[in-house]
Design a protein around this ligand. Sequence first.
Ligand code: NDP
Length: 392
Amino acid sequence: MSRVLIIGAGGVGGVVAQKCAQVPEVFSEIVLASRTIEKCEKIKSRIDRTIDIATVNADDVNELVDLIEVASPDLIINAALPYQDLSIMEACLATGVDYLDTANYEPRDEAKFCYGWQWDYHNRFRERGIMALLGCGFDPGVTNAFCARAQKHIFDDIEEIEIMDCNGGDHGHPFATNFNPEINIREVTAPGRYYEDGRWIEVDPLSVSKTFDFPGIGPRDMYLMYHEEMESLAKNIPGVRKMKFWMTFSGEYLTHLRVLENVGMTRIDPVLYNGVEIVPLKFLKALLPEPASLGKSYEGKTCIGCLINGKRDGKARKYYIYNLCDHARAYEEVGAQAVHYTTGVPAMIGAMMILTGVWRGKGVFNVEEFDPDPFMEKLNDYGLPWTEEFLE
Ligand code: NDP
């Protein structure tokens, strides 16, 4: 019986709150806090249990500490934005509460995301006797658990990991992002980076692509990007030689993005307009559809998984493990599209692992550092079943 504090009432936060509410035997009390109380109220109205809601500015450590002291949670699930990761971790240290998030810290003024800032908290969390679980969404999150499973059960030696994220769905808008537009566009327009023999190799944004035939979806063009789970997998999967992350984009999405970039709308530095400073990307966010609103008309599926090469008993193996998630079914269950669903469900399950004592530690951890089996069993139970197969 535990009390959880969820911070952030966007698309992901809404799924996390509803999925936690489905498991009262673990999450006996739920508090949902965010910047805009109306968003918390809307989520609360979808839940047929009593939950508490609150307003908080999660950039402000003192405000967070006050809220934590009143709410007195056993765990905080950070479903706000990467900008808030460090302030929430500071508040966890001040109050001695465990922490979980789905995306690594990113400073506002630089489109750079890496685990370094959060890994630096390891000793302080260890000394305080609490734990932080980083990146427990789908990618990162489930993809890390897929790799841990491959390491534990499938291979003696993993040579290459390719993480492939396909959204085969259609939301009916000419251009929209599937999660927070600011974070999404910063990520997509950053240089690509892959791992080879202990080195990171950088390429121009979206300059490398290939086609893959996704199960249940069909062939799609996918583009090489840098993604945070490769950083922790390079550290935690011993011997891995090569890693790439691929994401699919439609021609229409890429054309819109190119035009927006060319005219300066994706800039994150302030520009002066009529005597007022505005950040073009923030302004663009205000014009685009809210990702949480896309679910209603979304059709099709997402397919996210890992294609892994390596050896078992001296013989070469090619292994593919993935989940297929249907946008319309996710919407029917929790009123959210599949990208939010595939992020929120693993966050709830990670929280369950911590609160039931299945995954425990003192310090800062990534998903692949824990036993993947109990986590993956719960994915099957709570709406994200996975499939594994050996390719030729
Ligand atoms: P949204 O923009 O829909 O939601 C973010 C929420 O956080 C909003 O309710 C927002 O409030 C709130 N928030 C923002 N700043 C503050 C603040 N200072 N104090 C309090 N609340 C704040 O984003 P998403 O739900 O789409 O994404 C949430 C997170 O999930 C992101 O970090 C994203 O990177 C991550 N993610 C992870 C994935 C994975 O697989 N690992 C995949 C997809 C997303 P307000 O409404 O007032 O702005």
